[in-house]
Design a protein around this ligand. Structure first.
Ligand SMILES: [Zn+2]
Ligand SMILES: [Zn+2]
Length: 248
């Protein structure tokens, strides 16, 4: 499976997998990996690390925006094979372990199958491992508020709603916001382009997800790296407000 690597800021790479994005933050050959794509993205994930001059052995930590299969697909693999710790928000830890699963069911997707794009997306998602077991054995919560002592010094920002422990990551020095699924710029099931929320069925608590757009609107940045869709340039504040208007 292919993956397209895009250098977007100093030491910051946005990678487009088949349907999902991940982000690589580099410091020398050490990297922080934010999200890991679907299980089916693994070859692309490993190729993307090589393309930025790194390797899976050099992954200092795997950060998970949230524990859906299209973001957590290779987290346990990297942890079990290379010893990388997997970090996520305290409220997402049990979800990452699969104590429970807050992810849209196949049945609910099929009930929305009349919408343009839904069935082709669902077929691809199933092939990529949307229902595979990607439980992480020992996910760890972020150690505390503020920047993480990892390559890129990312700052977790709790943006619940899509899932209870969903986090964005802010890179204040480069004005980058990695928004995960709290704010995206496109999706195979969406007709609109540009900053927007995912379709309702994907959110665990939609009203909370809408409120989290206000959290993103407080962040100082002008490069938005979403979990789905292309890079968006321009004030993140405006992107979050636009998504909120569209959500009404
Ligand atoms: Zn998600
Ligand atoms: Zn996603």
């Amino acid at each position: 499976m292919r993956a397209a690597v895009r250098h977007v800021a100093d030491g910051t790479f946005l990678v487009h997998g088949e349907d999902t994005n991940w982000v690589i933050l580099t410091e020398g050959d050490a990297v922080t990996l934010i999200d890991t794509g679907y299980p089916g993205d693994r070859a692309g994930l490993l190729a993307s690390l090589a393309e930025v001059g790194s390797s899976p052995e050099a992954v200092t930590a795997v950060l998970i925006t949230h524990a859906h299969n299209d973001h957590q697909g290779s987290a346990e693999y990297l942890s079990a094979t290379y010893g990388a710790p997997v970090l996520t928000h305290q409220a997402e830890v049990p979800h990452a372990r699969r104590d429970f699963l807050h992810q849209v069911s196949v049945g609910r997707v099929l009930r929305g199958g009349w919408r343009p794009g839904v069935l082709p997306w669902a077929a691809h998602a199933l092939r990529s491992g949307a229902t595979a077991n990607v439980a992480v054995t020992a996910p760890e919560p972020f150690p505390g508020p503020g920047p993480l002592d990892l390559p890129g010094r990312p700052v977790p920002v709790h943006t619940p709603g899509h899932t209870a422990g969903h986090c964005a990551f802010h890179l204040p020095d480069t004005g980058v916001v990695v928004s995960g699924d709290a704010l995206v710029t496109g999706h195979p099931t969406a007709r609109a382009r540009g900053p927007q929320m995912l379709t309702d069925m994907f959110h665990h608590e939609r009203a909370t997800a809408v409120a989290s757009l206000d959290v993103l609107a407080e962040l100082d940045g002008d490069l938005l790296l979403p979990g789905h869709g292309p890079l968006h340039k321009g004030p993140v504040r405006d992107a979050a407000r636009l998504a909120r208007e569209r959500a009404q």
